[in-house]
Design a protein around this ligand. Structure first.
Ligand SMILES: C[S@@+](CC[C@H](N)C(=O)[O-])C[C@H]1O[C@@H](n2cnc3c(N)ncnc32)[C@H](O)[C@@H]1O
Length: 211
């Protein structure tokens, strides 16, 4: 039996969960399946799901199976009725283990993973989301090629020292162009505490082939 003391905690989730929740409450659909990519400890799912629409089901996921037990442990500890058992989902895989979702939320992943993970995220999201559905990213971003704060620059250097494939992505020159190539339109950018952003993309209807 896991106890609170034995489950992993990500301190940043305590600081960012309320501002993120305020945005999710506004932009998520009232019903359907919310797929969370890269759930980490599972603390966002356990905190936010009970505070969202009762018809919204939260599906946590992680790239590696060994993370699932802790995610489920946090949901159980909070008696979350609308958090499903966590599933293995590596965004880089072409076969995601589910075929449809009403929305996708991905917090703090695309800068702590190779760029291929951002590409996999948008490609997979394009396969599972219907037209108009939101893909919601949270994290630090560069704007127009430049860091928005010295703290983000220091953080970025630390990421790249750990793994040269990691790094804070530029919203304007990298992420938005990738989103547009993948069938998404930028809908909204929301400033968050500590120089982070929430960026909301929406699935575009496919352009019919010209005759
Ligand atoms: C910094 S943690 C963020 C966890 C959580 N979302 C949060 O904000 O606390 C980054 C997460 O991205 C996940 N990740 C990295 N590469 C991934 C991939 N290819 N597919 C899915 N998740 C991935 C890692 O396993 C890790 O849990």
């Amino acid at each position: 039996m896991q106890t609170d003391a034995t489950r992993p905690h990500a301190p940043a989730t305590l600081r960012n969960r309320e501002p993120i929740l305020a945005v999710l409450r506004r932009v998520l659909p009232a019903e359907g399946l919310l797929l969370e990519i890269a759930s980490g400890t599972g603390e966002h799912a356990a905190f936010m799901s009970p505070r969202l629409s009762p018809r919204l089901i939260w599906q946590p996921s992680e790239a590696h199976a060994d993370a699932l037990r802790d995610i489920d442990g946090h949901a159980r500890a909070e008696n979350c009725a609308r958090v499903l058992p966590a599933i293995v989902l590596d965004v880089c895989g072409v076969d995601w283990p589910l075929s449809a979702a009403a929305a996708i939320f991905c917090c703090n992943m695309i800068h702590i993973a190779p760029w291929a993970a951002a590409e996999g995220l948008f490609a997979g999201a394009a396969r599972v989301l219907p037209n108009g559905a939101p893909l919601i990213l949270y994290g630090p971003f560069k704007r127009h090629g430049a860091h928005t704060a010295p703290s983000n620059q220091v953080f970025d250097a630390g990421l790249q020292a750990q793994d040269s494939r990691w790094g804070v992505r530029c919203l304007d020159t990298q992420v938005v162009p990738l989103a547009e190539r993948s069938g998404f339109a930028l809908d909204e950018i929301v400033a968050m505490p500590a120089n982070n952003l929430i960026v909301i993309f929406r699935r575009r209807a496919p352009v019919p082939p010209s005759s």
